[in-house]
Design a protein around this ligand. Structure first.
Ligand SMILES: NC(=O)c1ccc[n+]([C@@H]2O[C@H](COP(=O)([O-])OP(=O)(O)OC[C@H]3O[C@@H](n4cnc5c(N)ncnc54)[C@H](OP(=O)(O)O)[C@@H]3O)[C@@H](O)[C@H]2O)c1
Length: 287
């Protein structure tokens, strides 16, 4: 898995295909999308127009919470939308099943406004573990060598290859990263810059540190390289070709600089992605 990929959340159809095409031409080989981003067609178009062979591109997409009971159908539909017959990584977008027959395709709600979770029936309860089992059964029809070397967890027989979670200095996620390392699960940081609302990107201490590194290094580079040095992948989102190029710059960080970046985050801990459906206490760490 290429460690620096392109995020595409909020990249609308109008800009997503151009962004993906440009990123691939600039050397990106990992594209992160999800059915929920509603830009699959544009992503597929960008891949085709880039001229980069499909076989060189690591593509990740995700099963939306309202389709946990129809994993295989969702898998096939997404592939069709993306205009491809495979991708390397298929994630459960969030381990929170939502009512597939609810009043919204993305976040169905009950009359009192709370999320309409799907829990099955009293005789046949349904949790995200059942989702995983149905993803496994779909996966067996689309075998992938990437899973072959992984050990097993308690439920099912296929260990997730990747855990994609929010990580940046304000949410360093040490415990989850360590858990994944022990289980041989690769980690990918989403919102590695702290998302569009980031306060780390504009932090004056980090700006000074970035400037001291020279070579046009910016705070985004510090955050991306901080992640790489900690041993996991990142998928920063941008539709700007200049930022795409910038975000690929590698920079060595000393132990002191790694700690300084961490300290800036720890002085103002924050989780940026808190969708309404996450209210059920699915966070394991630093929540
Ligand atoms: N699995 C999940 O549940 C989940 C949740 C959230 C995100 N994700 C994935 O992770 C990706 C990244 O997360 P994210 O989009 O939340 O946030 P992010 O990548 O941390 O930050 C994106 C923001 O940073 C700006 N930016 C990018 N490069 C920059 C640079 N060099 N200098 C200054 N600003 C820069 C972007 O602006 P411009 O676009 O204007 O350049 C955008 O506003 C998503 O796009 C999505 O693919 C997954």
């Amino acid at each position: 898995m290429p460690l620096v990929g392109l995020g595409t959340w909020t990249a609308t159809d109008q800009v997503a295909s151009e962004a993906v095409k440009t990123a691939l031409q600039l050397g990106y080989r990992h594209i992160d999308t999800a059915w929920q981003y509603r830009n699959g067609g544009a992503i597929g178009k960008g891949i085709k127009e880039s001229g980069v062979p499909r076989s060189e591109i690591f593509l990740c997409d995700k099963l939306i919470s309202t389709r946990h009971t129809r994993a295989e159908e969702a898998l096939e539909e997404t592939l069709e939308e993306l205009g491809t017959d495979y991708r390397h990584l298929w994630l459960m977008h969030w381990p929170v099943p939502l009512n597939p027959e609810g009043n919204d395709w993305k976040l169905p709600k009950l009359p009192d406004g709370s999320p309409d979770y799907y829990t099955g029936t009293s005789s046949s309860p349904f949790t995200f573990v059942d989702t995983w089992l149905s993803m496994e059964s779909a996966f067996r029809k689309y075998p992938s060598k990437h899973m072959a070397s992984l050990a097993t967890l308690e439920a099912g027989s296929v260990v997730p290859a990747v855990n994609q979670i929010e990580i940046h200095p304000q949410l360093p996620q040490d415990k989850v990263i360590e858990f994944c390392r022990q289980k041989n699960i690769a980690v990918v940081a989403y919102s590695p810059l702290g998302s569009p609302q980031s306060t780390v990107l504009t932090n004056p201490k980090l700006k000074t540190l970035a400037e001291s590194k020279g070579n046009g290094i910016g705070v985004a580079n510090l955050l991306i390289n901080w992640a790489l040095a900690r041993g996991y992948g990142v998928i920063p989102k941008t539709t700007s070709p200049r930022r795409m190029t910038d975000n690929l710059k590698l920079v060595d960080l000393t132990e002191g600089e790694m700690q300084a970046i961490r300290d800036v985050g720890l002085s103002a801990p924050k989780r940026y992605c808190t969708p309404a459906w996450a209210a059920k206490g699915v966070f394991l760490d630093e929540s």
